[in-house]
Design a protein around this ligand. Structure first.
Ligand SMILES: Nc1ncnc2c1ncn2[C@@H]1O[C@H](COP(=O)(O)OP(=O)(O)O)[C@@H](O)[C@H]1O
Ligand SMILES: [Mg+2]
Length: 298
């Protein structure tokens, strides 16, 4: 796998200009030596109003390094896509934002991560409180074995909220935002497990936004869904991003191109290029990005 990728990203001296060739050789060299590589951050994404600020962030699972000094700023509102071949660290980076990786034995991090300016990894951070500020949706829908209503308002319930009218309003608001209200409003008390896969995933999105998170983290949320449910969720992600900052991991490049405003391309634990989605797909700065988005490796 790695051999094949290294081959794929070998600089092609005949086709690129001098400066770019040097950068690409640097990436190949950095990967070979196990070093970090400075990302190509497009100008419009430098110095933005960052919701999540990643600063020289590295992560190890035991002895094995998964992230190499990643630095970039995720702007407020809209959808940011994380793309790259399987195993390049997309989920690891996403799960570092809400510190889900803390649950893995032997994890070590270096560098900084800021959520709306507040440090995610400072010693005094209450991880439970931190996680309340983020909503997360996983590959497979994971409704709890309880009613649709109780699923949606679960984050409020565990936060001690018991006022009936408030919970009912919040439930309706979240289900409407998740484009599920009309389909379930007459059966809020029935089990969430009886919903279809696509409905279950929209339910999980409703649950992830009911407590008004600062960021919504989506880890390949459509990978277990059929094309119609996928289209539905993509439309929903687009709508939700008018109000929320959404970060989506996807290995589906068409999906990244369809739903996101900016795209970060990752490769072997490095952030390679981060730019407006149209530019990353149609006019990538680096040849690695161009080769990946055109489907030549990964
Ligand atoms: N819980 C874990 N323990 C040890 N290694 C892990 C764990 N999760 C992921 N990794 C490793 O970290 C690297 C990045 O994985 P991951 O973030 O899941 O990649 P992606 O989401 O891009 O497919 C891979 O080499 C993977 O094997
Ligand atoms: Mg993943």
């Amino acid at each position: 796998m790695i051999v094949q990728m290294e081959h794929a990203i070998k600089p092609d001296v005949t086709q690129v200009e001098g400066q770019q060739t040097a950068r690409q050789s640097d990436l190949v060299e950095a990967v070979r030596r196990g070093q970090a590589f400075p990302a190509e951050i497009h100008k419009s994404l430098q110095g933005v109003d960052a919701v999540v600020d990643v600063r020289e962030f590295s992560l190890w699972y035991g002895a094995s390094r998964a992230l190499y000094s990643v630095s970039f700023s995720i702007p407020r509102k809209g959808v940011t896509a994380l793309i790259g071949p399987s195993g390049c660290g997309k989920s690891t980076l996403l799960r570092s934002i809400n510190r889900l990786n803390d649950l893995v034995d032997g994890v070590r991090v270096e560098g900084q991560m800021l959520l709306n300016q507040s440090p995610v990894y400072a010693p005094d951070v209450d991880v439970i409180e931190l996680r309340k500020r983020l909503g997360m949706v996983f590959q497979k829908p994971n409704p709890f074995p309880m009613s649709i209503f109780e699923n949606v308002i679960y984050p409020l319930r565990i936060d001690g909220e018991n006022r009936r009218s408030l919970l009912e309003e919040a439930c309706e608001r979240a289900l409407r935002a998740a484009a599920l209200w009309d389909e379930v409003k007459d059966r809020l008390r029935s089990s969430a497990l009886r919903l279809s896969g696509g409905q279950q995933q929209r339910l999980c999105i409703a649950r992830a936004i009911v407590a008004d998170p600062e960021v919504l983290l989506l880890d390949e949320p459509c990978s277990a869904l059929d094309p119609l449910s996928t289209a539905r969720i993509e439309e929903l992600i687009h709508e939700i991003s008018a109000r929320y900052t959404v970060i989506i991991v996807t290995h589906n490049m068409q999906q990244a191109a369809r739903v996101s405003k900016q795209t970060a391309f990752m490769y072997l634990g490095r952030l390679v290029e981060f730019g407006p989605t149209a530019d990353v797909f149609q006019a990538p700065r680096l040849r690695e990005t161009e080769q990946y988005v055109s489907g030549r490796f990964g």
